[in-house]
Ligand binder design. Structure first.
Ligand code: NI
Length: 167
């Protein structure tokens, strides 16, 4: 959060049991106080992928795990990415083990387009994990306030149903 941002104070009432659970949760996460934790939760809620409008301009990653032995899959994934070359900034490929590849695709573009890309990757047979994570961006690569990235910028994840199950 920018130091120049004006802070607005407001009171929040929690049931005693809930605030106890919340305090334990935020302590595990490393938060020093409730305010910062609540701010991060609010940012995360605002960036929920299902809530973001299709014309919202965002930047983020698609993390993919797949089995490169599945017939045609590496070529299919390559073709899909070429279809979205305007939205893809960079790509990292890691050979996880004998069968599995991990790819991190850095994306920047309209939410609707990135959703389309994520969905096309996710539905391929042999893709065991596909996660789209985004944060707000400006169309010309200029961040609000002019300096790239603030610590604590909210981001969010959209997990495929198959996430984490097969490994
Ligand atoms: Ni590989």
């Amino acid at each position: 959060m920018s130091d120049r941002e004006e802070l607005v104070r407001f009171g929040v009432s929690f049931p005693a049991q809930l605030i106890g659970q919340f305090d334990s949760f935020i302590e595990e996460q490393g938060y020093q106080n409730r305010s910062e934790a609540i701010r991060d939760l609010a940012r995360k809620a605002l960036l929920e992928p299902t809530r973001l409008k299709g014309d919202e301009f965002v930047a983020g990653t698609i993390v993919v795990v797949y089995d490169h032995h599945v017939r045609e899959l590496p070529v299919v994934l390559m073709d899909i990415q070429h279809d979205y070359h305007h939205d893809i900034v960079s790509n990292m490929h890691v050979h996880l083990n004998h069968d599995q590849c991990l790819e991190v695709i850095v994306v920047r573009g309209r939410m609707a387009s990135l959703r389309g890309l994520h969905e096309r990757i996710q539905i391929q047979k042999g893709v065991s994990y596909a996660e789209l994570s985004v944060t707000f961006a400006e169309p010309h690569g200029k961040a609000p306030g002019g300096n790239g990235h603030h610590h604590g910028d909210a981001h969010t994840h959209s997990h495929s149903d198959r996430a984490h199950r097969s490994e």
